[in-house]
Design a protein around this ligand. Structure first.
Ligand code: EPU
Length: 351
């Protein structure tokens, strides 16, 4: 028998610490419970939404008029398969715990993604990425409950249709699957690609020549701790905007005025710009309003200082979008997901 909690404040379940109540809230600790929770919501004609650590979610002030299911499915299994090592983890495992374990075992593939807050189940949803790595490169498959067919499915990386911060789980098939576990394909051999510039610079600065997973992890942690505030101390959701992908003409138009502009090649000949740089150049690094501010070490991060409502956050966000638009003619889009319906809110620019 499932006994969901009633009327629970969601602010405690987002690392931004904002948002209204959930009509119902339930922790699940097994795949069976996960499927049962979804069927319970269906039976009661309620919307449902699975959450992990809440480190990439903005809850609306009106809260969520349905069932919030917090995924706490645990368990890690490691097995060798030819020259590869498969690591399967329950969707409710701490992501960084899994990275740490893989590095302790000398496995390459996840070290660059160290210290990203949140759970394993969130890693395929938004195709997490950092320091030249994306989870799409190491993900083997996902076990998920298909609420359309009421069956369990194994989805391969190709079936997840990954691109920059996107998969079927947050786009075409949103609200369809609930993830129970994720399996990563790791290796005892280093990969060919060079280390991301800021990590290589950090290691050179300290004359560290080793490039084993644990060394890479330590460098990532050191670099991240300067640029990203700890959400348990300063409530935030990591990068608040996506890095915009533009055509070459737009990129050269800005680069003409700003030869120092960071830019990276992206898919189909387009160019990825750095949202943090654009915000900084719009003079908004450290900018404070509505009880929030952009982090002084990294303008891409919004910190909740004294804000009491998601409405304050949206007002702050829209000011940043307008100022960057005015200065560069580029419209930034929000990276974290909005859960729940905000009354009188403009359309979610991220969807
Ligand atoms: N930059 C500035 N000013 C700023 C911030 C950045 O000039 O205030 C410049 C940097 O100097 C650099 C460029 O912008 O030249 C890119 O910055 P960085 O390499 O630090 O990465 P990012 O684009 O800010 C992305 C991810 C992060 C990930 C880092 C490291 C997105 C939206 N963000 O940030 O992911 O940790 O790369 O690889 O893609 C997250 O998704 O929550 C997240 C933290």
């Amino acid at each position: 028998m499932l006994t969901p909690l009633h009327n629970l404040s969601l602010a405690d379940y987002s690392t931004l610490r904002l948002g209204g109540p959930a009509r119902y809230f339930l922790d699940v600790t097994s795949a069976t419970q996960l499927a049962e929770a979804i069927e319970w919501a269906r039976l009661n004609k309620l919307a449902w939404q699975v959450i992990g650590g809440g480190s990439n979610i903005v809850f609306a002030d009106e809260g969520f008029d349905g069932l919030i299911i917090r995924n706490k499915i645990k368990g890690i299994e490691i097995k060798e398969q030819g020259s590869a090592t498969l690591l399967q983890a329950g969707a409710g495992e701490s992501w960084d715990g899994v990275v740490q374990l893989s590095c302790e075992k000398g496995l390459y593939g996840l070290a660059e993604l160290s210290l990203i807050p949140g759970t394993v189940g969130a890693t395929p949803v938004q195709n997490i990425g950092a320091y030249g790595r994306e989870i799409s490169e190491t993900l083997s498959h996902v076990e998920a409950y298909d609420s359309h067919t009421k069956t369990w499915k194994t989805l391969t990386a190709a079936q997840c249709k990954f691109s920059y911060r996107t998969s079927i789980f947050n786009s075409t098939e949103k609200h369809r699957y609930a993830i129970a576990s994720v399996t990563y394909k790791l290796s005892h051999e280093p990969r060919e690609a060079p280390l991301y510039a800021s990590l290589a610079q950090y290691l050179e600065k300290y004359n560290v020549t080793a490039r084993d997973p644990f060394t890479i992890r330590s460098a990532v942690i050191a670099v991240r701790q300067i640029r990203l505030p700890d959400p348990t101390r300063l409530p935030n959701l990591g990068s608040f905007f996506k890095n915009p992908i533009v055509d070459t003409m737009t990129a050269s138009r800005i680069a003409k005025k700003h030869p120092d502009m960071p830019k990276y090649p992206a898919a189909h000949g387009s160019i990825k710009l750095a949202a943090g740089w654009l915000i900084e150049k719009a003079n908004l690094k450290g900018y404070a309003a509505h009880g929030l501010y952009t982090y002084k070490e990294n303008a891409l991060v919004i910190v909740n200082d004294t804000a009491q409502s998601a409405r304050d956050l949206f007002a702050f966000r829209d000011e940043i979008i307008a100022r960057v638009q005015q200065q560069f003619g580029i419209t930034l889009t929000q990276e974290p997901e909005i859960v729940g319906k905000q009354k009188n809110a403009p359309k979610d620019p991220s969807s």
